[in-house]
Design a protein around this ligand. Structure first.
Ligand code: GDP
Length: 424
């Protein structure tokens, strides 16, 4: 059975924890998209980890973990991650697609310089090189893993590549050029570092699908950061949708039987862009921010404070529909226990009209949230394992959201640890 775990919103919905949980019954976990620019937080018996590129099944010795062809492979940062899990005593199986593309030194630099150039109009990039990486990939100027092992071709390609890159560096950004022979040396180091893991993961996965193995496809970010369906241009540069999982892993689209979409009991977002249900009052926002997640709502990769808001039924209904969700997990319900009343965004007001459908970016910027206040439960719900034992207000909150988004909420997460989960 192939299951995709993806985000319904802006990312940081708690996918890491749920993937870690679902990984227990999987044979294979796969990262199919994204790169080192975002992270999952996983808390387990080995400690607390911010995983950026390693699949969440990494903590289970019997699971094969795959970094698929759809990923932006940052070798240096992957090696740091591997070192950190090894240091914690984790034994793991990892395969890296020989068709995955490599993040190159100029991608990171161009990302930084472009944000600098844009100034006030910057996108709030994490500066991990993702946008320049995908530009190069789709203009056929990128490097797939297999290309690292042919010295002659590699040197030739780098020479051609940096001829162009250096024009941009020197003339557009007024920065020093890059010596392609230095990049060659770095890449030969990368080639050796990933040699033990390099594999034809597409054929490995297609065979596993035929054999009926349990495969988890693990998404990064969420619908609203998808290049096509998100809040363009405040999006990431690759698709965050379950539909892309087939491409980014190399399996048939019809193999994906279950799309488990993760959404949080409130909203959070990083970077620029419209965020209709954002809490305008800084103190009220800070209250939620510091109580959110397991250590407050601060980026797993960047440490940046996340923007926070109330649950948005309009954005999330759109989010689960674009993902093709077959079930939903609602996380961080415990975080809202401090509130007497919980505001929920149930519609957008734009230009005097009320909307229940998600809008394009220009209109989102001018929309205001229509808030409904639901009664809070005002007590701790941590440690509850059985849905019926939740306070009736908490159940009403879950059921209200389920009704609004139109997809069954099959799991409720009420704490950061693996055990903090309620199945319905
Ligand atoms: P991801 O990128 O979707 O995996 O999300 P992150 O890992 O960046 O953010 C989710 C944060 O919420 C992490 O700090 C998790 O440990 C934490 N978390 C996940 N589920 C719950 C939950 O049900 N309750 C609380 N309090 N924290 C949770």
């Amino acid at each position: 059975m192939v299951k995709a775990i993806v985000g319904a919103n802006w990312g940081d919905e708690g996918k890491g924890k749920i993937t870690d949980l679902c990984a227990e019954t999987s044979d294979i976990t796969v990262r199919f998209q994204g790169g080192a620019n975002a992270g999952h937080t996983i808390i387990n018996e080995y400690g607390r980890f911010a995983l950026h590129q390693l699949p969440s099944g990494i903590f289970h010795e019997n699971i094969t973990n795959i970094i698929g062809n759809g990923c932006a492979l940052n070798v240096a940062s992957l090696m740091d991650e591997i070192a950190s899990v090894k240091k914690a005593g984790v034994r793991f199986k990892l395969l890296i697609s020989d068709r995955a593309q490599i993040v190159l030194p100029h991608h990171v630099r161009l990302d930084e310089y472009e944000e600098e150039r844009l100034g006030k109009r910057a996108f709030g990039s994490t500066k991990s090189g993702i946008a320049p990486f995908f530009s190069d990939k789709y203009s056929k100027m990128g490097l797939q893993v297999w290309e690292l092992y042919n010295d002659e071709l590699l040197m030739e390609k780098l020479e051609m590549m940096y001829e162009k890159v250096n024009v941009t560096l020197e003339h557009l950004y007024k920065k020093p050029p890059i010596d392609h022979t230095e990049v060659f040396k770095t890449l030969k180091g990368y080639a050796e570092a990933i040699r033990p893991y390099k594999a034809d993961t597409g054929s490995f996965l297609r065979k596993a699908v035929k054999e009926g193995k349990n495969i988890l496809l693990e998404g990064q970010l969420g619908t609203l950061k998808d290049t096509d369906h998100g809040i363009y241009p405040y999006v990431t540069s690759s698709s965050t949708l379950a539909g892309y999982a087939a491409v980014g892993a190399g399996i048939p689209p019809y193999a994906i039987k279950d799309v488990l979409c993760i959404t949080k009991a409130y909203s959070s977002a990083v970077g620029e862009g419209p965020f209709v249900s954002e809490i305008p009052d800084p103190d009220e926002a800070e209250e939620l921010r510091k109580r959110g997640g397991d250590k407050g709502e601060y980026g797993a990769t960047t440490g940046r404070p996340r923007r926070v808001g109330w649950f948005d039924t309009v954005a999330t209904r759109y989010g689960v529909q674009a993902q093709g969700a077959t079930e939903v997990c609602l996380t961080c319900l415990d975080v809202l226990s401090y509130l007497d009343e919980i505001p929920v965004c149930v519609g957008y007001e734009y230009d005097g009209e009320t909307y229940g459908d998600f809008l394009t970016t220009d209109k989102l910027y001018k929309s205001t949230p229509i808030l409904k206040r639901l009664p809070g439960w005002s007590c701790s719900i941590k440690g509850i394992r059985d849905y019926d034992s939740l306070p009736k207000e908490a159940r009403a909150y879950v059921e209200f959201i389920e009704n609004e988004i139109g997809v069954k909420i099959s799991m409720v997460s009420n704490g950061p640890s693996r055990e903090d989960i309620i199945y319905r």
